[in-house]
Design a binder for this molecule. Structure first.
Ligand code: EPZ
Length: 420
């Protein structure tokens, strides 16, 4: 297994380019199941989760090519409707094949994704919504076995909780259903918006895109023709590098970003003392004269993203003042805390709230990555820790960040990728 060795206490400088958004790419790849012909997807990030989803589609019978950041997927030849445990266990977003497979074939079996480090991650809301659309669902031997012999029918669905992949699954199921499906309390993340915009441009009329109430007019199992797609920039990758600039109090520039997706992150960094120059599709973070602590409460988009909580905790450690961080979405998304404490951090946890002392003197240590975003928080802390830090189990990082160590090297960080 690989690990990162990072020498701390260096300023960063320079410019890097942000890749396409993993969490937009995954539903778009699942959506190709609804297409009658080859779909071309550009700006596709070369991260492990994308490779896993391509492998899953191939296992179902689709064919694909993936050169550079462009993939061509032909799902018209899919003949197998079972998403197997061995692939699904590697990536819970495989559940995104459930809606499209059921909508197109009237039956499918998808392995239950299981929980992960940050929480139990149930899919009850996905399943309840599909049942309301006429699906019969049985859970046995760790699989969701779904059938809809008469096809899925449009109906009104109210999500008890806002769920990103739940909304995406139902939007894709409704795309081929008979009649109109109204989703109330839908997720509004930019990644959900892109999926809706692509479907809307492919013959599935969708009203309310970007709002929490969507109306999807199904094609009654008529497969789609989908034009070339370019995946939106990854707002979490961009936010992570903005935190790298902030934590080292450096000036760095990110290219190929969409600022409108970054408002919550930018405003929080401004509150902490940092300033920004915004270009057409670039952003430069400027060093702070004085920083201060902050209060973070994670919430659904457009609120502060839970996927940036760990990174901001690392930044809060070196702010000149205390911070508090409330994680409202996941029950166990503080796995990075114990590792940061091993680096000398003063953090007190009580239930879903972390109280973070500022002005911490961090020291390099051997630390263990536990999940994708927690791993990036450890890397950020290592950039300012005294001495050397080794971040182990960085396969978590490779799931969602393209060449993180290379981009940090480009910015002048002293980081090496080594073998255990
Ligand atoms: C998506 O996960 C993202 N993943 C996550 O990013 C992100 O953290 C999360 O949304 C929240 O923004 C992808 O898009 C592939 P949810 P998802 O369903 O859809 C509860 C990353 O780091 N819930 O919006 O799985 C759930 O337990 C990953 O890139 C139910 O109770 O999250 C959670 O408390 C991590 N029942 C809350 O809703 C359900 O059926 C939000 O979960 C579904 C969800």
């Amino acid at each position: 297994m690989d690990y990162l060795e990072i020498e701390g206490n260096n300023k960063l400088s320079g410019t890097i380019t942000i890749d396409g958004a993993k969490n937009a790419a995954l539903p778009l790849l699942a959506m190709t199941i609804l297409s009658q012909s080859e779909v071309k997807i550009e700006n596709l990030p070369r991260v492990n989760d994308v490779f896993t989803m391509l492998k899953l589609l191939e296992n179902l019978g689709a064919s694909y090519s993936f050169e550079g950041n462009c993939a061509k997927i032909d799902a018209s030849s899919i003949h197998n409707t079972t998403a197997i445990y061995d692939i699904v266990r590697k990536m819970r977003a495989s559940i995104l094949t459930l809606g499209p497979l059921l909508a197109r074939f009237g039956k499918c079996e998808v392995s239950l994704p299981g929980g992960c480090a940050i929480g139990q991650r149930p899919i009850d809301l996905h399943l309840k919504a599909l049942e309301m659309m006429g699906a019969e669902i049985v859970i046995e031997q760790g699989y969701v076995r779904a059938t809809a012999p008469e096809g899925l029918k449009g109906t009104t669905i109210v999500f008890d909780k806002i769920t990103v992949t739940g909304t995406e699954n139902i939007v894709m199921a409704a795309a081929l259903a008979k009649g109109e499906t109204k989703i109330i309390n839908a997720a509004k993340e930019p990644e959900v918006v892109q999926l809706c915009e692509v479907l809307n441009a492919s013959g599935v009329k969708i009203e309310g895109i970007g709002s929490d109430e969507l109306i999807i007019h199904g094609t009654e199992q008529k497969l789609l023709t989908i034009d070339t797609i370019s995946v939106i920039p990854d707002r979490i990758e961009a936010g992570t590098y903005l935190c790298a600039g902030a934590i080292t109090n450096s000036e760095i520039t990110l290219k190929k970003v969409n600022h409108t997706h970054l408002f919550a992150i930018i405003l929080k960094l401004q509150e902490m003392g940092f300033d920004f120059d915004l270009g057409q599709d670039s952003i430069t973070i400027k060093p702070a004269v004085k920083t201060k602590g902050t209060k973070i409460i994670t919430s659904e988009y457009p609120g502060f993203p839970t996927d940036m909580q760990a990174q901001f905790m690392a930044l809060a450690l070196v702010a000149e003042g205390a911070s508090s961080i409330d994680e409202k979405l996941f029950e166990n998304r503080f796995m990075h805390v114990s590792e940061l404490i091993r680096m000398g951090a003063n953090i007190i946890l009580s239930n879903h709230t972390a109280t973070v002392e500022g002005n911490n003197e961090l020291n390099g240590a051997d630390v263990m990555a536990t999940d994708l975003r927690a791993s990036s928080a450890l890397v950020l802390a290592a950039l300012v820790a005294k001495g050397t830090t080794k971040v182990h189990r960085i396969y978590h990082l490779d799931r969602g960040y393209v060449g993180l160590e290379k981009k940090l090297q480009q910015l002048g960080a002293k980081v090496k990728r080594l073998k255990e």
